[in-house]
Design a protein around this ligand. Structure first.
Ligand SMILES: NCCC(=O)NCCc1ccc(O)c(O)c1
Length: 760
């Protein structure tokens, strides 16, 4: 790596770091990395390093001025307005001034109680980091005074307050980690773009990515329950189409804004802007690209829909629900996701990530050299004696579950997938792609800094992918006093939320299953009736191609090269989902009826690799039960199924009680059902929790129920990204087209163009 180059600042950093590393180990790298050894963190000269070892001080600029003669332009961290603190205090700007120091895309916070004011910076300007102040966004806000800016919507919610219309503008682009922006926003006297810094650091390893508003994660949407949310998605990704799905938002009456390509809309073409508009159901949710592999390249962000405390049955358990205490977990590659699809045979095989990020932040330890990047870790700041609501989002794309543990602190789980549950205390939470867990942490330990560990489990155990963050007490030290936990010697785990062994039919003192959580909201009694109106068994598995079949001349079947080299597609009920050429919701009549299929209507001659648009029809308002049966039969692999448009109740999770049966399959599950041996929590007082994403334990089953009272075409699928693209999806059509409002005027259209062949 040379010390002269176009990227002056980056070069400078790399040179300094290289020098520091001399005498330790200097190994040529394939990729440019912002490296330091573990020990030199406090002396290396990169400005972003301030977030970890030489932290910003609340009132001094010494962190910068002493090392490079730079003047720190803002007193309190990477977000200059962060120390402005929580919204909603009664005494001055904040009663908890350090509660939001420099984490997350929004500054300020929401105190549960008492009542709110708005987060503004010292100049009275909205205190947001480059969230969406592109000229078109500002223009729209100026043009329409009815619209509120993102920071005005991220507020404590009051019962009698009028709802707002919250406006967001996402500009999607091809972008770069450690790009030239990272020179521009060096904080110094002449450079005051710090607050709108477009530098994306991720884990300090350079790569091309996709971004919304040049942020990772993308902008956070934080609103109150009855607000209307408007997002203009402007697609400037060269040669790419896109849709954005609002994961967890039910889209009642606005199904055409659910963001599923060729189901609820045509993908947004390059250069086009698509306006999504919806009203959010309360809870912790997130948005992500639903097209191709874009999510894994960076297109995701958090959604928080808050409620007045009186409407949250658990609000008495926490003092603060801060905008900054959102914890978005993602898995991260050091190359485009497309490098892994369909997949390679020799180098970088499989789809496992290199790393894990917390709110887009983290460090990377190169397993070959032992070098560690020195990028900032995520820091959550808390004040002694206070109780904080954390909102954790699993935005992983890969098959790895994520395990989150906080050193020295219990977690009181109060909600999952946006829906409140009776509080349970655990020490560690295992979650799968698409799930959310809200928990309360009480700042009741010795004021200090504590490690947060996020481990990738399952296949991620091979590369031992993990990430660290810091839970910091205000005014305390910045650096934990204990050694950073390693993958193999982690923080002691104690009671596990969501154990991988899926032993859920017994009460145990080491774990709590999702099916053992109790719903804290009213449950429609019809859900608990013995017989549902509709019962659907959905077995799922992979089909492994023989290469001779896959590469038969003139056939171009899609496939994924799984870890281990199997060439597979996904099947649900023996069908691999193919998207139709035009959206079901808006151009149903343009679709050849022969395109559709399901278990009862298989196309003629549809072989073992049957590909068609899998659609199951459900009468409006029926009570539906779905039994998901894992026929994949790979230990360590449990598939999380996500249903759009609903939260369903988790009626049962389990494995076969039959000792002789080593592998569950559809036939066996039907047999167990007949014998009354599938676990169903239907008794009065069972209170099955509501979720929209649930992992089916490997070699096990999950039973869910919901009342089909939201008409539309709802995708139901495994949330693993690479399984979506090989067909592990189906559409549940609830009701008929007549039950749906028409799509808005001038809704974009798409489809094949196959005119008669011109003979001239
Ligand atoms: N006897 C079945 C062999 C088989 O199904 N092999 C595929 C394994 C697989 C597929 C996709 C993945 O994403 C993954 O992690 C593992």
């Amino acid at each position: 790596m040379g010390c002269s180059g176009r990227y002056y600042f980056l070069t400078l950093v790399l040179c300094v770091v290289t020098e520091l590393a001399i005498g330790v180990r200097v190994v040529p790298k394939r990729k440019k990395e912002a490296i330091s050894t573990a020990d030199d963190q406090s002396t290396s000269a990169s400005w972003w390093q301030a977030g970890t070892a030489t932290p910003f001080r609340e009132s001094s600029s010494s962190a910068f001025s002493s090392t490079h003669g730079l003047v720190q332009t803002h007193p309190s961290g990477s977000d200059p307005f962060a120390s402005f603190g929580s919204i909603g205090s009664t005494s001055g700007p904040s009663s908890n001034p350090f509660a939001s120091s420099g984490s997350g895309p929004l500054s300020g916070g929401v105190r549960n109680n008492p009542l709110p004011s708005l987060a503004r910076n010292a100049n009275g300007k909205p205190s947001l980091k480059h969230l969406d102040f592109t000229s078109s966004a500002t223009a729209e806000l100026r043009r329409n005074p009815a619209l509120s800016a993102p920071d005005e919507c991220a507020r404590a919610c009051r019962e009698n307050e009028p709802p707002r219309i919250c406006y967001y503008h996402f500009t999607l682009e091809l972008y770069t980690v450690l790009g030239a922006a990272c020179q521009v926003c060096t904080p110094n006297a002449t450079n005051v773009v710090w607050s709108h810094c477009q530098c994306v650091l991720a884990d300090g390893v350079e790569r091309g990515i996709l971004t919304a508003n040049r942020m990772l994660p993308g902008p956070s949407i934080q609103v109150c329950e009855n607000d209307k949310v408007v997002i203009d998605v402007e697609n400037h990704m060269e040669g790419m189409e896109v849709t954005i799905h609002w994961h967890g938002i039910w889209q009642r009456g606005s199904q055409y804004y659910d963001g599923v390509p060729f189901v609820t809309q045509c993908p947004i073409q390059q250069g086009n802007t698509f306006r999504y508009q919806w009203q959010g159901n309360a809870g912790t949710h997130f948005w992500h690209a639903h097209t191709g592999l874009q999510k894994l390249d960076g297109l995701y962000g958090s959604i928080v829909v808050r409620q007045p405390p009186s409407k949250d049955p658990n609000s008495h358990l926490y003092d603060y629900d801060l905008t900054t205490h959102v914890m978005l977990l993602s898995d991260w590659l050091h190359e485009d996701a497309a490098e892994r699809y369909p997949g390679r045979l020799a180098v970088n095989t499989g789809q496992d990530p290199e790393n894990v990020l917390i709110n887009g932040k983290g460090q990377f330890r190169d397993p070959n050299t032992g070098f560690m990047t020195n990028t900032p870790l995520e820091v959550f700041t808390i004040t002694p004696g206070r109780r904080y609501r954390f909102r954790m989002i699993n935005a992983f794309a890969s098959v790895c579950p994520a395990q989150v543990t906080f050193e020295g602190h219990n977690l009181t789980v109060i909600a999952t997938d946006g829906e409140p549950v009776h509080p349970v205390q655990v020490n560690t939470i295992i979650s799968f792609s698409g799930e959310r867990y809200d928990f309360v942490i009480e700042a009741n330990n010795i004021p200090g800094a504590y490690w947060i560990q996020v481990r990738g489990l399952g296949e991620c155990g091979i590369k031992r992918a993990q990430q660290l963050g810091i839970l910091r007490y205000a005014r305390g030290p910045y650096q934990p006093s204990s050694q950073p936990p390693t993958y193999d010697v982690g923080i002691p785990q104690g009671v596990v939320m969501n154990p991988l062994d899926a032993r859920c039919n017994i009460t145990r003192n080491d774990a709590i299953c999702v099916s053992q959580l109790k719903n804290a909201k009213h449950i429609d009694p019809a859900i608990l009736q013995e017989r549902p109106d509709v019962k659907i068994f959905l077995p799922f598995r992979f089909f492994v191609y023989r290469p001779e079949m896959l590469f038969q001349p003139n056939t171009y079947n899609r496939y994924l090269v799984a870890p281990g080299g199997d060439h597979v597609i996904s099947l649900i009920d023996e069908i691999s989902y193919m998207a139709p050429p035009a959206p079901l919701i808006s151009q149903y009549d343009d679709i050849n009826p022969e395109q559709f299929c399901n278990g009862d209507n298989r196309p003629a001659n549809c072989g073992q690799n049957c590909m068609c648009t899998h659609k199951v029809d459900i009468p409006l308002n029926a009570v539906v039960e779905v039994v998901l049966v894992d026929e994949v039969q790979i230990a360590n692999l449990s598939h999380p199924f996500h249903l759009h448009g609903y939260a369903y109740n988790i009626i049962g999770i389990g494995r076969s009680p039959d000792q002789n049966v080593k592998k569950i399959n559809l036939k066996h599950a039907l047999d167990l059902d007949r014998r009354g041996l599938l676990e169903r929590h239907l008794k009065q007082g069972d209170l099955p929790p509501a979720k929209d994403t649930i992992a089916v334990p490997n070699n096990g089953y999950v039973i869910i129920r919901f009342r089909a009272n939201n008409p539309g075409f709802w995708l139901f699928h495994c949330h693993f990204l690479f399984h979506i693209v090989i067909g592990m999806n189906l559409v549940l059509q609830v009701g008929t087209q007549a039950d749906l409002p028409p799509v808005p005027p001038n809704f974009p259209t798409c489809g094949d163009h196959l005119p008669p062949i011109s003979l001239h």
